[in-house]
Design a protein around this ligand. Structure first.
Ligand code: ADP
Ligand code: GLC
Length: 516
């Protein structure tokens, strides 16, 4: 029997996306399927998703989910053809936002919405006529966190994997609500860590449910898997994570290298490649035009493209920018982002104060994101924590050199250049340690100095563009993880297979303490 995996997630591009989670679920599923593993995705039938799949076919009715009855609709991803099952429960999912209303408030029934998603996954694992039973159910982030528990309660044979994409969002709800969604009372009370209670600081936690009930737990980079065992990065979940350390490992994400390829990208001004980067100049001109920046071909142009939030240190970055503008009379900033209102306002104020040198677009704009990575010289990507980070991977592929915090996936995917080396070696960017304005300025100054040395800069650019951010290695690692849980094996592959390095490497707790 060919290995069959069901992904369970609340987002998958292009049907739904609020951040990197949606990118990862879709790109990974497509790559896994290409490697010979039968893969499908279960996600909510949001209106935009239904519209994009052009109808789909209802295949089953599921009654008695925590939020009532639902219908499973079968369709395919419009771009990759990966099979997708949409859980249609209009009273829960037919809304404009994924998680929040137009005033930015979380929907009050999010617990019931996502408990229904997890319960639907458990039903599929149990067996639903017309749908192939998966060998492994792979649940992503807190929205799908109840899946492994519901699978256990249903007594299914399929095994479960739970991937933590961002520990900062845990899906914690009043404990008293547990009864409504079918969690047995004994799992809602404080208990020793090795018990499987999902009580967490007097709440019930969907993230904790995923962590303690899944057969394997992964995070989206190796370093983040160690970091989250520490108080600094654990978001109070570090104790729980310690208790499952022997089942916890990190697998660094890849990216969709077809969609993010400067040689073929239809969304950028001119194509280019590592062999011939000339087209990047045209992209830079276009970026300067689009963001209202002075048309200076040799000015260092810094991109910022991320959610404007505390996680992304947007507060610190906004404070650092005026210093950088005064210290270097040519440097320019193109800022694309959306997030907390006061941070958006701060960015707009910078553009007003520094016309021609700071350009800001507030909003979510996928096309602009491609133009940003193609046209910039460097990407400033500060984060207080970063489980993996895809933005820096996109930037590198476009020869835009990242300047980033030394945390999580940023530290795992960017190799720091040290000025005293005087040569690029294998370096692909610049890393800084602290969460301070001085930290940002220090690294930016190192990068600006390197930018002043064209042969060095081109070497860094080349290294960055040549970094392998494909899914080949991560797919091999996940496959090894799945096949350690089940006897099913991938079918003969359609593409070249890659040997996984010796994984899974489960987290070494002592190394983790050192990382903190
Ligand atoms: P996170 O999921 O924590 O926000 P990632 O780096 O993993 O971080 O993923 C962010 C994703 O969202 C990337 O695909 C990035 O290009 C995209 N993105 C973030 N902000 C914007 C924006 N304002 N416009 C377009 N794309 C954006
Ligand atoms: C989350 C994380 C981000 C990661 C993404 C995809 O959004 O914040 O670091 O890249 O998930 O795994």
């Amino acid at each position: 029997m060919p290995l069959n995996i069901l992904m369970v997630a609340s987002e998958a591009v292009p049907l739904a996306k609020s951040g990197g989670l949606g990118d990862m679920v879709s790109a990974y599923s497509a790559a896994l399927r290409d490697s010979g593993v039968e893969t499908s995705i279960l996600m909510p039938a949001y209106p935009a998703a239904l519209e994009q799949i052009g109808g789909g076919t209802p295949v089953a009715r599921l009654s008695g989910l925590p939020g009532g009855d639902g219908v499973l609709i079968r369709a395919h991803m419009p771009d990759t053809g990966v099979p997708v099952l949409l859980l249609r429960m209009d009273h829960l999912f037919a809304r404009d936002g994924l998680y929040r209303d137009e005033n930015g408030r979380d929907y009050i029934d999010n617990l019931v919405r996502f408990a229904s998603l997890a319960a639907a996954a458990a039903r599929i694992a149990q067996g639903v006529r017309g749908i192939k039973r998966p060998d492994v159910v792979h649940a992503h982030d807190w929205h799908a966190g109840l899946t492994p528990l519901f699978m256990k309660l249903a007594g299914v044979k399929a095994r479960s994997v739970f991937t933590i994409h961002n520990l900062a969002f845990q899906g914690n709800y009043p404990r008293a609500m547990g009864g409504w969604i079918g969690v047995p009372p004994e799992l809602l009370v404080p208990a020793p860590l090795d018990d499987r209670s999902i009580e967490f600081y007097d709440t019930l936690s969907l993230m904790k449910a995923g962590i303690v009930h899944a057969d394997r737990v992964t995070t989206v980079s190796e370093r983040y898997a160690r970091e989250i065992l520490t108080e600094r990065f654990g978001h109070r979940m570090e104790g729980v994570l310690h208790s499952v350390a022997s089942r916890l490992s990190g697998i660094t994400n890849g990216i969709n290298t077809a969609a993010w390829n400067p040689a073929t990208d239809p969304l950028i001004a001119r194509s280019y490649s590592v062999e011939n980067v000339a087209g990047k100049h045209a992209c830079k001109r276009e970026l300067q035009r689009a963001f209202g920046l002075a048309r200076e071909p040799f000015a260092p142009l810094v991109a910022i493209g991320s959610r404007l939030t505390e996680q992304k240190m947007a507060d610190v970055v906004a404070d650092a920018i005026p210093h950088l503008l005064s210290r270097d009379s040519r440097v320019q900033f193109a800022i694309l982002g959306q997030g907390e209102a006061h941070l958006e306002q701060q960015m707009r104020a910078l553009a007003a104060q520094w016309p021609g040198r700071v350009g800001v677009k507030i909003g979510y704009d996928e096309t602009a994101a491609h133009g940003l990575h193609a046209g910039a010289d460097m990407l400033l990507h500060a984060s207080r924590f970063e489980p993996c980070g895809l933005t820096q991977l996109y930037a590198m592929r476009y020869g835009t050199v990242p300047v980033a915090s030394r945390v999580g996936g940023l530290a795992d995917t960017i190799s720091d250049y040290s000025l005293d080396l005087g040569r690029s070696g294998a370096a692909t960017g610049f890393l800084f340690e602290r969460e301070t304005v001085d930290g940002v300025i220090g690294a930016m100054e190192r990068s600006l100095a390197a930018f002043g040395n064209p042969s060095l800069w081109h070497a860094l650019q080349r290294n960055a563009m040549q970094r392998d951010s494909s899914w080949a290695v991560p797919v091999a690692r996940y496959t090894k993880l799945y096949t350690s849980l089940t006897d099913a094996r991938p079918a003969t592959t359609r593409r070249r297979k890659v040997d996984a390095p010796d994984t899974p490497t489960f987290v070494d707790e002592r190394a983790a303490m050192a990382a903190g």
